[in-house]
Design a protein. Sequence first.
Lengths: 225, 276
Amino acid sequence: MSALAKKSLGVGLTTLVVAILIGLYIASWATSIPPTVAATTTPVVSAGASLTLETVASIGPKFSPSHPDWVSYLARSNGQWVHSTVYQVPANSLVHVTIYQFDSPTGLRNPFLSQVQGTIGGTMTLDGKTVSSIPPEETSHTFAIPELGVFVPLPGISEEAKNPCEFAPCQPATMAHRTITFTFRTGKKGRYRWQCFVPCAAGFLNGNGGPMQTLGYMDGFLDVV
Amino acid sequence: MSEPNHARRFTAIWIVASLIAVPLVIWVMGPELPPGKGSVQAAEHVTDNTVLVAAATPVFLMVVVYLLYAVICFRQPKGAALEGPAVRGNVRIQTWWIGVTSAAVLALAGFGSVELLANYGSGSGSGPSPLTVPSGPRLPVQVIAQQWAFTYRWPTYGGVETPHIVLPANTTIELNVTSLDVIHSFWAIQLGVKADANPGVNNVAFVKPTKRQSFEVRCAELCGIWHGNMFDTGHVVTPAAFVIWIHEQQRRFASVTKVLPPYSKTYLPEPTRRGG
């Protein structure tokens, strides 16, 4: 084999290996979907299903070694907090959502989203009190399913709150938080995306990078089955 | 057997094919071309698309007919060993070719430019100061884009903001398109409207819906992970139904309207506390 042929073969093989590695990386990224957490069905079927979530300022190294400081949602499943943003709920049913909110306020870019929309009664309860909106600047996150018309603003904890949660999993029994509950009705079967509308990604341009652009943190799917 | 006059024969076939195809394009295919006739502007787009497809048809046929003609008539005879001689330097053909193609391109560029200015921007975003503005009353609607949803604000109805868009038929609409974060693009497909939504910029587009209908709204600018989910369904209703709808929205969003910033052509919200 001539020197030129050996050189060409070397370059070709190296290119192939690099291409395969890049392909594997992209495939790994594209297929890394969080586990699905099924809502808990209440004993009375007509009463619907329950979903318990928490929002945390930092997901922590236990759940996300690569991005421990990213803001995130978690879901309660079988008594444990699970790092997932893919939730399964029944079709044409009521879904009762409880969110423990441990993060501080960021503020809404569009104050219009500070009004509760798409829930039963157009309201939510905030620490036990029924409200239909919150001050836009006190918003920490939102839980919104645009296709279903559901927009729920989640207020932050006080900056001076005692015992704030450092990273997940955060414990409602002992750490500063807000408790939000609301109920909405699902429609036909399908996969609906949900997202946070607050630019809450610390350290990213306009607060909309990182966890706002990565499935499994501040956005996900609602699988209506 | 003497060689036939290929140029004359090919030209005859091409002309006949074009005479059959062009009317079919204009009268059969044309009315079905997108975006439909949901507005004055969309109907004009259909006309433009029909003109362009009709103009391209003879060119397309010339290529296809020539290829088929060559495959059939210029096939190398079995057993022949030599390639046909190359033909070079026919000044008359070259001159005609350059002249005809230049004239076609310039004519279509002129047609496109005129059509773009027709109907007050032809449904496209014309920047903050459009070259032409429709006279008479028009309904201003602000389209606010953000990752990843469109909302709509109505300055003549107390500045109320709504999560969906409903428009009155046979009314000139002034769309003021802007963004709160990155670049989006407001595309109301069946209305023939497409206007970029840039942060800090008011991009004006005019449209006059002509019938009651539903129309798709989509973002036409890759804007992040949920770009593909940034869609909505709008509706065109009668003016009376629109008034009922907008008053219902004013009632429904009365409390949140109070906390909205004063109506402005653009907004530069502070990314408070986090995003810098």
